[in-house]
Design a protein around this ligand. Structure first.
Ligand code: ADP
Ligand code: MG
Length: 604
């Protein structure tokens, strides 16, 4: 048989590589901005036309390139940033693969103008689809200008695949914002179709955030600062009352690189525990600096995910720091909309109420404002309930009883028809008992009920599974897929059935009966988060974490209106639990109030 294997010509190889590096115009923007930063630029201009489809140009005042380098930079694996494999573990630059420019040049019309500081003349090179069209000396300023025109001109399929200008522009702005937020010491300019979108002057982190998100942002920011051996954390979280319905302004930067991390996100969100309304997302801008040799940024091709050596310590530190700052800046009381200021007990940290800009206040590190706050709030709002609503609830109660047909003379039948439960503020269910009333926290009670149900179905009996009409494919990171795979059996016990695992997705064909299809993604995401968090605990059992996690995600929440039937079934289910008094996370599910206690309220 004759030989059939050939090496791909360079321009074909580059085009293939381009598919990975350049998904859309925003990918080019990211690569060019990062190159300018690596070149030490202090002023960077980004000019875009037609959402980057016609032109993306980055002009910097960095160190420029020699004529030879200007030619070399378009070769594949041509980089000035690493020389040997070990350098990979101590990176201080954004780039290192040496493939961005080669890839971009394979799928666009490129014009490079560059001049290093010491030279008289600069170089201009034009390339189309990896072919050098012209090269000449020019007189130009110091630094580099790279213009990318007609992206994907030679790959119509990719060009047609691009989204609307609005969507592609949004992606470009996202990339621009991430880079600009990470480098407030560099001035940035963004023009789209000759309109100035951003003109960001050199400044500090706060100024940069405000310049990008508007001056209203300034009053929302609570500063964060912590220095330890393994990490230094600085930046801001937005006060909880400015949290968003949609995840929006959430930024992590590690060593000045924007990253995504659901793990660290969880740390921040959990520091807001008890401060956010249901479904609200806190905004944050957090800059972490860690020793370069303790991270591996190589694990994800687009480099927004990284791997830390000290992930768990980082989690704990981040959570504690954010929590501490929220307390320090007295954010908690502002949240309490229902509180009547006249009745408020002064807190000893109250004097700091409006000092969001004061950089340092010494406080007791063990002081936990939320605990105290929470308790006060609970007891207080309970009192209020009684003060202002007593006649109302009395009225409704009588009403309810009066409206019942009184045709029956039999005591027990009468009792059966009487309303026995009431919902208070879509948060508590009040139920009448012999000795008085019991007040049930609907969400925590439901957690208990679901927790015991799940625990039983996972460990004792075969779970009830429902087959999906159409299997659902869900994307995850490869690390998450690996995690799901390791708990596959437990998940199957709980009622999940899986069709197919790939590197970054899982196809699900059956789910537990208590789960609705729309909840699959969230329930799995939450579970992965919870497992991640529990791992440090040696006594950790997948079953327990899973049951807790599902119970938490699927439980009815505060704010949910319950019909009388639902209230009753919640009460009945709760009291048929093995441990009805506490939620799976150790909080009280209900409190009783005896007639005596009620009497005392009127006697005091
Ligand atoms: P990488 O950034 O991974 O090294 P690139 O393909 O993005 O790979 O760039 C190749 C090389 O071209 C860089 O290593 C750098 O030496 C040079 N280069 C690219 N852009 C610039 C720029 N704006 N200013 C100076 N040098 C640049
Ligand atoms: Mg680069």
């Amino acid at each position: 048989m004759s030989d059939i294997i050939q090496l791909l010509p360079d321009h074909v190889a580059n085009q293939i590589a381009a598919g990975e590096v350049v998904q859309r115009p925003a990918s080019v923007v990211k690569e060019l901005l990062e190159n300018a930063i690596d070149a030490g630029a202090t002023h960077i201009k980004l000019l875009v036309k037609d959402a980057g489809k016609t032109l993306i140009q980055v002009i910097d005042d960095g160190k420029g390139m020699s004529t030879t380098d200007a030619r070399m930079c378009f070769e594949r694996h041509a980089t000035s940033k690493i020389k040997k494999a070990e350098d990979l573990f101590n990176l201080h630059t954004k780039g290192f693969r040496g493939e961005a420019l080669a890839s971009i040049a394979a799928i666009a019309h490129v014009e490079l103008k560059t001049k290093p500081i010491a030279e008289e003349l600069g170089t201009c090179i034009k390339i189309e689809g990896s072919k050098v069209i012209s090269q000449e000396f020019i007189s130009t300023g110091e630094g580099t200008s790279l213009a990318i025109k007609n992206l994907f001109y030679n790959i119509p399929a990719r060009r047609n695949f691009l989204k609307s200008d609005t969507v592609e522009t949004r992606h470009i702005i996202d990339e621009f914002q991430r880079v600009a937020l990470a480098h407030p010491d560099i001035s940035f300019l963004l023009h789209h179709n000759n309109n100035e979108v951003y003109h960001l002057k050199k400044g500090n982190f706060r100024q940069r955030i405000v310049a990008i998100f508007g001056s209203k942002m300034n009053e929302k920011l609570v500063p964060i600062q912590e220095n330890t051996d393994i990490v230094s954390i600085e930046g801001f979280v937005a006060k909880p009352e400015f949290s968003k319905r949609k995840r929006g302004e959430q930024f992590f930067f590690v060593n000045n690189r924007f990253i995504k991390s659901s793990y660290l996100n969880h740390a921040v969100v959990s520091a807001f525990d008890g401060l956010l309304e249901q479904g609200a997302h806190p905004s944050y801008f957090l800059y972490l600096t860690v020793p370069a040799n303790t991270i591996d940024i190589n694990i994800h091709p687009t480099k927004t995910e990284i791997k830390f050596d000290n992930e768990k310590a980082l989690y704990a530190m981040l959570r504690a720091t954010v929590k501490h700052s929220l307390g320090q800046y007295n954010v908690a009381p502002v949240l309490d909309f229902n509180r009547d200021a006249n009745l408020d007990t002064p807190y000893h940290f109250k004097s700091n109420a409006t000092t969001a800009t004061v950089p340092k206040i010494s406080v007791d590190p063990d002081f936990n404002p939320f605990k105290e706050e929470q308790q006060k709030e609970n007891s207080f709002s309970f009192k209020r309930e009684k003060q202002t609503q007593s006649w109302e609830s009395l009225y409704t109660a009588t009403d309810a009883i009066d409206l019942k047909p009184s045709e029956t003379l039999f005591e027990h039948q009468q009792e059966e028809k009487t309303q026995k439960t009431f919902q208070i503020q879509r948060k508590y269910v009040m139920s009448l008992i012999k000795s008085g009333v019991v007040l049930i926290n609907q969400s925590l009670a439901h957690q208990r009920v679901l927790y015991e149900q799940f625990l039983e179905s996972i460990t004792v009996k075969e779970a009830n599974s429902q087959q999906l009409l159409f299997p659902v494919k869900i994307s995850f990171s490869s690390a998450e897929i690996e995690m799901i795979y390791t708990i596959k059996t437990e998940l199957e016990n709980a009622g999940f059935s899986f069709d197919k695992f790939t590197k970054d997705s899982v196809t699900i064909k059956g789910i537990p009966v208590s789960v609705t299809e729309s909840k699959i993604t969230i329930i799995l995401e939450e579970l992965l988060n919870d497992i991640n968090l529990e791992v440090p605990d040696a006594s950790f059992s997948h079953f327990d974490i899973m049951a807790k996690s599902f119970a938490k995600t699927l439980s009815i929440k505060t704010g949910t209106l319950l019909s009388e039937k639902e209230q009753e079934s919640l009460v009945n289910n709760l009291f048929s639990c093995k441990e009805p008094t506490i939620s799976p996370f150790g909080k009280a599910t209900f409190k009783t109030l005896t007639l005596n206690q009620i009497d005392n309220l009127f006697n005091s």
